[in-house]
Design a protein around this ligand. Sequence first.
Ligand code: FEO
Length: 394
Amino acid sequence: MNSREIRPGVFPAGAVDWDRRIFDELIPLPEGTSYNSYLVKGSTGTALVDTVDPTKEEELLSHLDEVGVDRIDYLIANHAEQDHSGVIPRILSRYPSARVITTPRGKELLVFLLRIPEERITTVQDRETLSLGDRTLEFIHAPWVHWPETMLTYLREERILFTCDLFGSHFATAESGIDDLGRVYWSAKRYYAEIMMPFRGLIQGHLEKIKPLPIDIIAPSHGPVYRKPDQILSAYRDWVSDSVKNEVVIPYVSMHHSTAAMVRYLGKALTDRGISVTPFNLTVTDIGELAMALVDAATVIIGTPTVLTGPHPAAVYATYLVKLLKPKTRACGVIGSYGWGGKTVKEIAGILQGLPVEFLDPVLVKGLPGPEDLKALDKLADTIAAKHRSYGVL
Ligand code: FEO
């Protein structure tokens, strides 16, 4: 086996992006990322599983040259997002006999996103197989991780599951594989929180679907390959489960220290009741850290002053993120300070509408919190503690 091979005939061909610091102009990448592409050489055919971000096109092509590839028969597009599909047009022109293999929905997306000619695309049904001679690829439809067209590709003889975004991590490393999930646990959890959490229920189903497969290696298209796949599978089972943890997340912003004082008081009251609390000052928060905290938290309390007639824009942004990311959080509430009125609670509750959460009684205070306001925060802490007991986590 060549030193670069993951398994005999399976070569990493992707690129590490050490310097990228934001994805989708939204997601911070404190540890960079990678776009993994894999070359699978069979006795009668060669397949490339996913490509790379267009900014790394030349790296992919030079890796193919290093491996001595003069022909690609199949270009497996597990996912149509451009960080994996963006170099398909160049590969198709460089290897004129190559055909793109994707789901029917993937074909639609590749045609309108990248203008790939329909006649170069073959669609595959769920569990359809493709022979490369002594190697067999099986395609497993796994929609909505995190786009509608996504699929996984299983290399039967080597027991490798190519999962594209699923199980990925934005983690740049020179090592292609790891044996210890501990090294990337937080990056993988952050990635799950930012990308996969809204599809938690569907991922539960996908985990059941792949359970019968013997898997020696999980090869995602971001971050390192997992040589001990049980570790990441077990982490995912925990994250997508319906169980919450005894944690309260408090994203907050404070203009004149009153809301901050309320957050401090409530945080201590909750801690005194045996509940773990993570406040996030939204003026300095990395939203990836906030997303990660939302994975397990039983309760989220938004802390916001009233600006003009409504919540502070930073609190609106955080609340909207909660709504988009759809955590398994069971209860939400609002605390904050105001000067002369407004519709803060109504607007925060309006953003959260549709999330299956219980909305707790808000605590809105005029100016600095006084003794009666602190009692109201104690009462809120009592309510949250009772809720956590009813969830079986306290
Ligand atoms: Fe890594 Fe959904 O693209």
